[in-house]
Design a protein around this ligand. Structure first.
Ligand code: APR
Length: 238
């Protein structure tokens, strides 16, 4: 009985870049170069101007519905057939799911969901715009199901993500600057003996992670994932 290797993909905006979704901070067309975080992605922004916040996420939700998963998403999903794979993503798009990935942890929320401002557990599939006056079943305004700056991440998700990194054999970090905490501390829990692969065309500050078996594929997510897919499959029975 082949012992299924455990693989963790830790992804950020760069994995969706080739689908046409802007990243946040790595180029002049990054989202945070065109919007101020404090205007659209904080609880204070929500209190100050709900309509601007809703407009920002309605725009991003529409954009997400207009693009398709890319080869990197599909290659990760295909590995479900060969290994025990989990995707821990900072992304709020649903491209991993649309490529077929099943085991997901969305650390920063999901664009295609909304939730009640009264009760965080009232979460809804959200394909259309959210507007002022769109209420949950208890009569309270709906908001994007997104973790805003200054809000805490779901404790259970963080702990599960840490456990998955601790027990994995291979961790592949794709398309993240690793600049935003506490998400960026999750890869820190990797065992020294586990294989660590980074796929990113730029240098990524990763020296806080100790690994005896580290590769940086300085290329795009699609190109890097084809290489990773082939090397994982080739070594499957070794
Ligand atoms: N393939 C792979 N990596 C890429 C590509 C690509 N085609 N294009 C860009 N990248 C890399 C960049 O070099 C950069 O390292 O993707 C990374 C994107 O970094 P950020 O824009 O900082 O995005 P991310 O790390 O996901 O941001 C984390 O910040 O604003 C918050 O909540 C938001 O989840 C987000 C978090």
């Amino acid at each position: 009985m082949m012992v299924k290797n455990k693989i963790v993909f830790f992804t950020g905006a760069g994995v969706s870049a080739e689908s046409g979704l802007a990243t946040f901070r790595d180029s002049e067309d990054g989202l945070w170069n065109n919007y101020h975080i404090e205007d659209v992605c904080t609880p204070e922004a929500w209190e100050r101007d709900k309509e601007l916040v809703l407009e920002f996420y309605n725009f991003r939700r529409k954009q997400c519905q207009e693009v398709l998963p890319n080869l990197a998403h599909f290659k990760m999903a295909e590995l479900d057939d060969y290994f025990e794979v989990i995707i821990i993503t900072q992304n709020v798009d649903d491209l991993h799911e649309r490529a077929g990935s099943k085991n997901m942890i969305h650390l920063h929320g999901e664009l295609m969901k909304s939730r009640s401002i009264l009760d965080d557990s009232l979460i809804y599939v959200q394909e259309k715009d959210i507007n002022l006056g769109d209420f949950c079943e208890k009569g309270y305004q709906l908001r994007p199901h997104i973790v805003w700056f200054g809000e805490s991440l779901d404790e259970k998700k963080i702990n599960t993500a840490i456990e998955k990194v601790k027990e994995c054999d291979v961790c592949v970090i794709v398309g993240t600057s690793l600049l935003v905490s506490p998400a960026n501390m999750i890869p820190f829990y990797l065992r020294k003996s586990a294989k660590l692969i980074v796929i990113d065309p730029k240098d990524v500050k990763i020296d806080f992670i100790e690994s005896d078996d580290y590769y940086h594929l300085k290329t795009t997510a699609t190109d890097g994932m084809v290489q990773v897919f082939e090397s994982l499959i080739k070594n499957i029975n070794k």
